[in-house]
Design a protein around this ligand. Sequence first.
Ligand code: UGA
Length: 449
Amino acid sequence: MKIVVAGTGYVGLVTGACLSEVGHNVTCVDIDEHKVAIMKQGISPIYEPGLDELLKNNYDAKRLEFTTNYKNAYKDADVIFIGVGTPEREDGSANLNYVYKVAEQIAQNVEKDCLVVVKSTVPIGTNDKIEEFLKEHLVNDVHIEAASNPEFLAQGTAVRDTLHANRIVIGVESDKARDTLKGIYEKFNTTIVVANRRSAEMVKYASNDFLALKISFINEIANVCEIVGANIEDVTKGMSYDPRIGDKFLKAGLGYGGSCFPKDTKALHWLANDNGYELKTIKATIEVNENQKYKLFRKAKQRLGSLKGLKVAVLGLTFKPGTDDLREAPSIRNVRRLLEEGAKIVAYDPVGIDNFKKLFPTEIEYVTTPEETLKNADLAFIFTEWNEIKALKLGVYEKFMKTPIIFDGRNCYKISDVEKRQIEYHSIGRKEVLNILNRGKQEAAITRM
Ligand code: UGA
């Protein structure tokens, strides 16, 4: 069986690599020549643990091919997975241009019966429309069918999430499509949920939106914890032993970012609205998240008044650890605000600096160790809970900073540990530690406040 994957972003490339890893012959198609050339050398164009190795091994074993020649790839394919992006439009709806472009190319080139599997996250009803579109644009007399197969991988753990998926959802309208997909996924040894196409499409949105809702819920509870003197971590721990609640996705912080939750919450809200239904829970989820992103900035403003001329150490830039992705990362908006305030920023991130430089090439200084970031800083912001940052001893802040004032958006430190130090510490949903600064220069800092 010849499997082709269209698009080599997170979804497409990881899908292609993992399908070849379990023994399928896979061709990955991308329009970008440069990307294809580097993938052939076993180098992943995206930062994703374990992916380079999979690319190299399966390419060397001749199970995995990369090409820009989509005509050749599609013409004799049995199954074509579409894994291209569905970015958000201005109004929050999903932009399906890339998906339709690929569908058009498929229809014009397939020369044998073919199953087109949509992995990209698409609004409910899209698979039906894609099938119609494919049939309308077919050039050759072949049977073509669309199936939905939503993707549940998370960035940073994409290979593991795919090879050890907790479930695979397939949305099909025929036994043939069901059997083909079941056959492809047999070796993944996991539960395969078979549904119709619309239900499978909804599983994806409902899953992501539910997780986003959990995050916004716990962030609101954290905000109230701060007001009433409770500790969010004790609260979530106390909740988590109830198996109906669990302990996942209840970490309070700076709101959800990334390429999925922000886009998928807006898209489902838009879609429901477009059909005359107001999804109130998701509307609130989005609003709470927008607000939460500025949490640290607001705290700093409240504490220090003007930030003009202060040296701010920024620890962590990516939207979460384990990825170089900056999409919807809270660091971006906060850095923008800090710059508007006239702060001087020195930033550290283990892998996100190159991408951040594209957004802020000259406005901020970049360094390669957390210690350098902290040197002579007036305050520090923690935006991402990288291990490199969590491992940083509290003494390092005391040693290097001019005034060790920390705004921690990821609750990297235990309050009981901070309380033992001469550190001022503001985190999320927990009490503030306002230990007197023991530095010679503390007075200068305090005068500003
Ligand atoms: C998410 C889902 O977890 C995947 O299942 C899904 O397949 C993917 O979207 C997608 O639709 O493609 P991802 O965006 O890579 O994956 O990242 P997550 O690990 O889910 O984190 C999303 C955001 O939520 C991050 O900003 C993270 O910091 C935040 N988060 C997560 C919290 O604030 N608290 C938590 O407890 C968990």
